[in-house]
Structures are given as C-alpha cells and as structure tokens.
Write a protein that binds this ligand. Structure first.
Ligand SMILES: C[S@@+](CC[C@H](N)C(=O)[O-])C[C@H]1O[C@@H](n2cnc3c(N)ncnc32)[C@H](O)[C@@H]1O
Ligand code: SF4
Length: 413
C-alpha cells in the first residue's frame, strides 16, 4: 500500500503524460513541486496555493499578497527583477493552472492517490480566489516593506507598525504609516488572524520575524509581554501538542538609536525569550557620510551596541549600503565600514549584508548628493565596491560572518 505523502516527506515519482512528456512530482511535507520534463517547474503549498514557477527560463515567486515577482537574465546577462502587472499575473496563474489540469487529466489510474488528491487541491484555486487571498492578507497586515533575506520564510508579526525614526534620507520603506506599538490584546488578535490565514502552510515557515522597522525599540516591559504572547501562540523551539510544526526562534530589526537604550541585562532577557538575531542598518562606517544619511546614532554607537548584544548571546545581522556617497565618499566608505565592522567582533553566527543603494532620484538622499556635486556610481562601480567590501570582510574575519547580497528589489513575502 502507498503511504501518505504527507507522512513520508521527500517522496518523488514520475509519470508520462501525453502531450506534456515526463512529469516529475516531489512531495515534501508542506509543498509539492511538479516539473514538466525538468524544464518548467511549479511549486504549491500544502493547501494548493501557487508559490513559485520556473517557466520559459523565467523565475516567478508569488507572495502572500498574491503579487508575483519575476526574475530573469536580460540581454547582456543583466539580472532583471520586476513585479508582474495584474494582467500578467492573472495570465501566468491561468497558464500554470491549465498545465496542472492537463497533467491531472493525463495521469493514469496507477498514479499515487496522494498526488492525484494534491492535484485536485491545486485545482480548487483559480485566479480570483488567489487574488482574494491577497486582499485578506492586506487586511491583516500593514505592508511588509522589507525583511532580511534569511527571513523571507518567517512568520511576520507586526508588534509595531512603521519606523520610530522614519527620517533617514535614503529610506522610504515606512513613510506611509505612523509608528505605533500594539497592545498585547491587539497583538494576540493579529497573531491569531495570521495563523488562520496561513493555515497548514505555516509549516513551511522557519521562524518568527518581529516587525516592522525597529520593533526592538519597544520599551522592555511591553516587549517582554509581546514576546510572551508569541510563545503562547506559536511553538518556538519546542514542539507543542496542538501544532505539527516548530519555529526556530525570533528575529527582528533594530536601529542604532534604539540599540543604545537597552542594557546587557535587557538583551539577556530577550535571548531567554528566544531572540536569536538582531539586524541593524549601519549603512556606512564613515561618520561624515553617516550624518548626511540622517541616520540616528553614529557608527561608534553601533559598534558599542553590537558588542553589548553579542555579549548577551544574541547574533547580529549588519547591513551596509554599496554605492552610498558616490564617488566623493567611495574610499572612506569602504575603509571606515571595514573598520567599524571589524571592531564589532563578529563570528560565524553573524551575518553582514551589503545592499546596493536603489533610489528614485527624487528622494532626500539624491537631492543632498546633487547639492554636494557628488557623482552617482555606475552599476559596474557599485559591483566593484560590493566585491571590495566583501573581500575586505573575508580578510578581517576568515571564519565568518557570512557576507551576502541584500537586494531590496528581490524582496517578496
Ligand atoms: C528596516 S531597515 C533596517 C533596520 C533599522 N530600521 C535600521 O535602520 O537599522 C532595512 C534596511 O534596508 C536598506 N535600505 C533602505 N532603503 C534602501 C535603499 N533605498 N536602497 C538600498 N537599501 C536600502 C538599509 O540598509 C536598511 O538598513
Ligand atoms: S533605515 Fe531604518 S531607521 Fe532609517 S528610516 Fe529606514 S527603517 Fe527607519
């Protein structure tokens, strides 16, 4: 007898479907991947929602908002990313579901019952139903503007909304909302709505991300109350009888200004409550450039804060910008950023992200740089700066932290 694919994750099987060719199925516990001839590939969550597709050489990722990010290599090998228009989005979903229907109609009676059942679940979805899921999502959340790349598969909980500072010249992520901290009651309701929304597919998620931009600025007592709500609502690190999944810990952003305000004891308490890594945007280690960005705090305060957080046993994710300060600040940005990050005493559990600066040209940062007569770096110069910083960090820390690209245009939740 064929065992249930949900009970035995990681099962694969193939079948020949007339008009399609060899079709490969890979059933994991919380998602199914279908591949037509190992060329076109589609993934669906345990409830049958489309998650991603690779079709005609183009990568697509569908977010919970029902938006779809497309990534491909354009002429000249430049990586291009953009969100599909509503029309394109509907066309793609239709195309994928039509392909699944053709496979469903073509599989013979010897096909494993679980696969057939999974195909039927996928086919209960259509473009409108998926779009209406997106609307539900937007009723539960304020826009999720950005996450660290290793947290795209987290359960985001908006303990606070917006950014308590909201004035850095280059950052427009949270300009659309006022900073607000949720009460434990509101936060619990929010958490429950999210659990209902994610359904069984919550098992795909790895961790909790406490949003928005600097949730850790929440005063310690309130923050502890909110973290206790997280533990009551979700299994963090230890399994709970009512859930068939376990999340690996809690993660959050903090700005330097907020980082100053918590003590070593405060951070120890947060670590005890499952906080695993704090992400801080240093952006640059150069004092003069840092001031021009209108970041709160200073690079020295950032180093100090990181050392305190690490002494409490919490890992760090540092973000710096590539291309910031253009030609005028090029060398001092590289040099001082390496100095500052080198003084933090980072280790293998930490991360450094390098984010190529992306701007509209109409923002406060671009205006200030134009006033100073600073030339914007070309994409090739930004790439070179990225590589120089990465190499410099490897020389300082041969054993770690991991250094990776943080491309804000690749973000989708
Ligand atoms: C939510 S913030 C970081 C956390 C915290 N609020 C702070 O400032 O330290 C996310 C990160 O996105 C990056 N970012 C913001 N605007 C950007 C832009 N226009 N281009 C590239 N990266 C940007 C910055 O590196 C910033 O630190
Ligand atoms: S970089 Fe961080 S602190 Fe600055 S405005 Fe953006 S989210 Fe707020």
């Amino acid at each position: 007898m064929v065992e249930s694919l949900h009970d035995v994750p990681g099962q694969t099987c193939t079948t020949f479907v007339s008009g399609v060719g060899e079709v490969y199925f890979n059933a994991q516990r919380y998602f199914l991947t279908i591949s037509e001839e190992l060329r076109n590939t589609f993934s669906f969550d345990i409830d049958g929602r489309l998650m991603s597709a690779f079709l005609g050489g183009v990568n697509y990722r569908r977010g919970l908002k029902s938006d779809i990010l497309m990534k491909y290599f354009a002429d000249g090998n430049a990586k291009t990313r953009r969100f599909l228009s509503l029309h394109e989005n509907r066309k793609l979903v239709d195309d994928v579901l039509t392909r699944v229907l053709r496979i469903r109609d073509g599989v013979d009676s010897s096909m494993q019952a679980d696969i057939v059942q999974w195909l039927d679940t996928i086919l209960t979805w259509n473009v409108d139903r998926l779009q209406s899921e997106g609307t539900t999502f937007q009723n539960i959340y304020k826009p999720i503007s950005i996450l660290p790349p290793d947290q795209y598969l987290s359960v985001v909980l908006q303990a606070a909304e917006g950014c308590s500072w909201n004035q850095c010249t280059f950052c427009t992520f949270y300009r659309d909302r006022k900073f607000r901290i949720k009460s434990p009651h509101d936060f619990r309701q929010h958490a429950r709505q999210i659990k209902d929304f994610l359904g069984r597919s919550i098992g795909l998620r790895k961790s909790i991300f406490l949003a928005d931009a600097n949730a850790l600025i929440i005063p310690q007592r309130r923050l502890v109350e909110l973290l206790k709500v997280v533990h009551e609502e979700f299994p963090i690190e230890t399994p709970q009888a009512h859930a068939d999944y376990t999340l690996k810990g809690i993660y959050s952003f903090l700005d330097i200004f907020g980082a100053e305000k918590k003590t070593l004891e405060n951070y120890r308490e947060l670590r005890e409550l499952g906080l695993k890594r704090i992400y801080i945007g240093l952006e640059t280690g150069d004092n003069a450039l840092f001031k021009l960005l209108n970041k709160p705090g200073s690079p020295d305060e950032c180093v100090e804060a990181v050392r305190t957080i690490k002494a409490a046993g919490i890992n760090i994710g540092i973000i710096i910008l590539a291309g910031v300060g253009g030609d005028r600040f090029y060398h001092q940005h590289v040099h001082q950023s390496l100095q500052a990050i080198g003084a933090m005493g980072l280790g293998t559990g930490d991360l450094v992200y390098i984010s190529p600066l992306m701007l509209s040209g109409q923002d406060a940062y671009s205006c200030s740089m134009r006033d100073l007569g600073v030339r914007t770096l070309s994409p090739a110069e930004v790439t070179t700066q990225f590589a120089t910083i990465k190499t410099g960090l490897k020389a300082i820390y041969p054993e770690g932290p991991k250094v990776a690209l943080y491309h804000i245009e690749e973000f989708i939740y």
